[in-house]
Design a binder for this molecule. Structure first.
Ligand SMILES: *Cc1c(COP(=O)(O)O)cnc(C)c1O
Length: 390
C-alpha cells in the first residue's frame, strides 16, 4: 500500500479545512426553534410533547410498532436484555468486534458476554459460523439453550450492524429459532439502514438505537428501544420511567424501575434531526460513492461497500486494508490525523479487554483480522454536499 496515494485519494473528496472530524453533527433544520420552545415553555425535562413526537416519528420511520426514547443507547440495550428475560448467570452471544456498550449492557444484567466471530462481507456477526459453533457446544433442554461447557443458559444473541452495515439477518433468525435464542439488534449505528427492504432494528424482539453526538441523528445524548410487540413496548416505557403507576398526585411504583427517560429538550433536538434524516442519508451515500471512486484501483486497500441485500446508511466509512498492508495501518492513521483528517481504527476486540478476557468465545480469526485492517475515515453528511472536489 502506498500511504501517500491513499491519503491523497481521501483528501481528494474532502473540502480544504484545517480539521475534518470523523462524524460531525449537522443542525440545519428546526433545532433552534424546537429547543427554544422547550426553554420558552419550561418543558425541558422529563415531561413534554417532544418525547412523544420523537417516539412517533421514530416508529413511523423504522416501521417498528413502538419506540421508547431513553437517555442513551447503552440504557436501551440494558432494558431490552432485561425484557427478553436475560438473568444473572445467563450467557448472551455477541460479536467480539463491537463497541463496549454491547458487552457492558450484558454485564449490567449480571449476565456473561459470549463472543462470536464476524464475517468480512458485512463486518458483523457470522450466522453460519455461529450455527456450526452452537452445534458443538449447545444443547436444548426443556425448550432452553444451554452451554455444555459452562452449564450456563444461553438466552439471547445481540448482533450489531457495524458502521451501519446490516448483518445477514435471515440466517441468523434461523439460528435463533433452532437454538431458542432471543434476538436483540444493537442498531445503535444503523438508523437509516435496511436489510432486504425492511429497516434494521425491526427483526428481533427488540432493538436498541443510539443518538449520541457522533451518530447519524443526535439528541446530544440519547437512545431508543424499538419493538413490534405492543405489550413489551408498554413495559419498556414503564420500566424506563421509574415504573410509576399513573395518578394525579400519588407516588406509587410497582417495580424497581429505571430513570432512563429521555429529557424533552433532547427529544426536541431529535425531532428536528429526524426531519432531516433522508437528506443526511442522501449526502452520505454521495460521499461513499466519491470515496469508492477515489480509492478504486489503489493497491492494498479497498473501500468497504454494502451487500446486495443491504441498503447501508454508511454511518462511518470503512477502509479495509489487505492483510499484507495491515502493518501500515498505524502509519496511515498517523499521516491522516497529522494533516487534520480524522481517522480511527476499529474498537479493540472485547475479549482482549481485562474485564472480558475470561468470557467464553469461539475462535475469532475474522474479527482478529478485521481489527488489524479497518480504518474509519471522515463521514459527516455535509461532506457529501455540492459537487465535491473530485
Ligand atoms: C453508540 C453505540 C451504542 C450506544 O451508545 P450510547 O453512547 O450509550 O448511546 C451501543 N452500541 C454500539 C455498537 C454503538 O456504536
Amino acid at each position: 500500500m502506498d500511504i501517500d496515494k491513499v491519503v491523497s485519494a481521501i483528501q481528494s473528496v474532502l473540502p480544504e479545512r484545517a480539521f475534518i472530524g470523523l462524524h460531525e453533527p449537522c443542525f440545519a433544520g428546526n433545532e433552534w426553534g424546537y429547543v427554544k420552545e422547550c426553554l420558552d415553555t419550561g418543558w425541558v425535562s422529563s415531561v413534554g410533547k417532544f418525547v412523544d413526537r420523537f417516539e412517533e416519528q421514530l416508529a413511523a420511520y423504522t416501521g417498528a410498532r413502538k419506540a421508547v426514547a431513553v437517555v442513551n443507547g447503552t440504557a436501551a440495550l440494558h432494558v431490552c436484555l432485561l425484557l427478553v428475560g436475560v438473568e444473572r448467570g445467563d450467557e448472551v452471544l455477541m460479536p467480539a468486534l463491537t463497541f463496549i456498550a454491547t458487552a457492558n449492557a450484558v454485564s449490567y444484567c449480571g449476565a456473561v458476554p459470549h463472543f462470536v466471530d464476524s464475517e468480512e462481507a458485512t463486518l458483523g456477526l457470522d450466522p453460519v459460523r455461529l450455527e456450526a459453533y452452537l452445534e458443538g457446544i449447545a444443547e436444548i433442554r426443556s425448550g432452553q439453550c444451554f452451554n455444555k461447557n459452562t452449564g450456563r443458559r444461553i438466552k439471547a444473541v445481540v448482533p450489531m450492524h457495524a458502521f451501519g452495515h446490516p448483518v445477514d439477518l435471515d440466517p441468523l433468525l434461523e439460528v435463533c429459532r433452532r437454538f431458542q435464542l432471543e434476538l436483540i439488534e444493537d442498531a445503535a449505528e444503523s438508523l437509516g439502514s435496511f436489510y432486504k427492504g425492511r429497516h434494521t432494528g425491526n427483526w428481533g424482539r427488540f432493538a436498541a438505537v443510539s443518538f449520541n453526538g457522533n451518530k447519524l441523528v443526535t439528541t446530544g445524548g440519547g437512545g431508543a428501544i424499538l419493538t413490534n410487540d405492543e405489550e413489551l413496548g408498554r413495559l419498556a416505557k414503564h420500566l424506563t420511567t421509574t415504573a410509576k403507576v399513573p395518578h394525579r398526585w400519588n407516588f406509587c411504583h410497582d417495580m424497581i424501575g429505571f430513570n432512563y427517560r429521555m429529557p424533552n429538550i433532547n427529544a426536541a433536538l431529535g425531532c428536528a434531526q429526524l426531519e432531516q434524516l433522508e437528506g443526511f442519508l442522501e449526502k452520505k451515500r454521495i460521499l461513499a460513492e466519491r470515496y469508492r471512486d477515489a480509492l478504486a484501483g489503489l493497491e492494498g486497500v479497498r473501500f468497504f461497500q454494502e451487500q446486495a441485500f443491504a441498503r447501508s446508511n454508511y454511518w462511518l466509512n470503512v477502509l479495509l486494508l489487505d492483510e499484507e498492508s495491515a502493518d501500515q495501518r498505524d502509519a496511515l492513521l498517523a499521516q491522516t490525523n497529522d494533516v487534520g483528517v480524522m481517522t480511527r481504527p476499529a474498537w479493540m476486540l472485547m475479549h482482549k479487554l481485562a474485564m472480558f478476557e475470561q468470557c467464553p468465545r469461539m475462535d475469532l480469526p475474522v474479527a482478529e483480522s478485521l481489527e488489524r485492517r479497518i480504518v474509519n475515515i471522515p463521514s459527516s453528511a455535509f461532506l457529501g454536499d455540492g459537487d465535491g472536489k473530485a
